[in-house]
Ligand binder design. Structure first.
Ligand code: NAD
Length: 257
């Protein structure tokens, strides 16, 4: 199995419809922990408790005491070389679609024009009872002003939820259909920083393989698809993706204007 950044550059150069799928591991070099690696978020909390719809409804103060610091954490970090490399591949026309499970907004901040955010985003707040939407800034300000730390809807008084999809909630239908359409169209899919254990995203590589497309994976740890890769890279996403860009330049693919 091919295993060098140059191999990945060659595969991407031959792609008609390249698609990138990212997970929490693309953002760890920015300082945001992933879920499953050592030191990841799930080592210290029970995700089913703090990240579930039922906790949001029954114990909103517990929910918001976990979620409020995540806004500040995301605001204080920057896109890393892996996010920047993905945006560069899009500018060069090599990557046509970017699907992300991340909610941190770092792909957009790196210059990716329209990431498909299948697990939602921290970027807005929504009242689950009446549907009123507010900006992220407004949601955070209301959380900080509330004695119990819970932002509330000014129209109906119910607690406001961020746009992040919780356990027990449906994934946003437009994003999930766009992700499946991208996988159907892909002749090359590059997975960066996802354990590929969370459904339904974990089924996307299977769609690509079933219609004869090629799969490349770049993660530090094993995934269920490792034996089905055309290219399998290990190591840090930022380092490896920077080398992929260098290899593309060597192979004669000029930088985007
Ligand atoms: P995961 O935690 O299950 O897997 C992360 C993968 O990335 C692992 O395979 C790990 O080896 C790899 N990895 C970690 N750091 C890496 C690096 N520097 N370079 C290369 N690989 C690296 O994450 P997942 O598959 O995305 O699924 C879990 C859920 O985590 C998703 O639903 C996502 O929404 C959520 N999540 C998002 C963020 C974020 O938005 N930044 C952070 C934590 C969790």
């Amino acid at each position: 199995m091919a295993d060098s950044p140059r191999d990945l550059a060659r595969l991407l150069l031959g792609a008609r419809h390249g698609v990138v799928l990212t997970g929490a591991g693309v953002s760890t070099e920015s300082g945001i922990p992933d879920f499953r690696s050592a030191g990841g978020i799930w080592e210290n909390v029970d995700p089913m408790e703090v990240g579930s719809l039922s906790t949001f409804v029954s114990a909103p103060e517990r929910f918001w005491s976990f979620h409020r610091p995540r806004f500040s954490a995301v605001d204080s970090v920057r896109p890393n070389p892996a996010h920047l490399a993905v945006a560069e591949l899009e500018r060069r026309g090599i990557i046509k679609d970017l699907i992300t499970q991340n909610i941190d907004g770092l792909h957009r901040r790196a210059g990716s024009p329209h990431p498909i955010e299948v697990h939602g985003t921290l970027d807005f707040g929504e009242c689950l009872r009446c549907g009123a939407r507010i900006s992220r800034e407004e949601m955070v300000a209301r959380a900080d002003d509330a004695p119990d730390g819970v932002p509330r809807c000014t129209q109906c008084g119910f607690q406001v939820k961020s746009g992040v999809v919780l356990f027990g909630e449906q994934l946003p239908a437009p994003a999930i259909s766009a992700a499946f359409a991208a996988a159907e169209a892909a002749d090359v899919m590059l997975v960066i920083g996802s354990s590929l254990l969370v459904t339904p995203v974990s089924t996307l590589p299977d769609i690509v393989l079933r219609h004869g497309g090629a799969l490349a994976i770049l993660t530090e740890s094993a995934t269920p698809y490792d034996d089905h890769c055309t290219v399998r890279l290990h190591g840090k996403a930022g380092v490896q993706m920077t080398e992929v860009l260098t290899a593309l330049d060597d192979l004669g693919m000029p930088a985007a204007p």
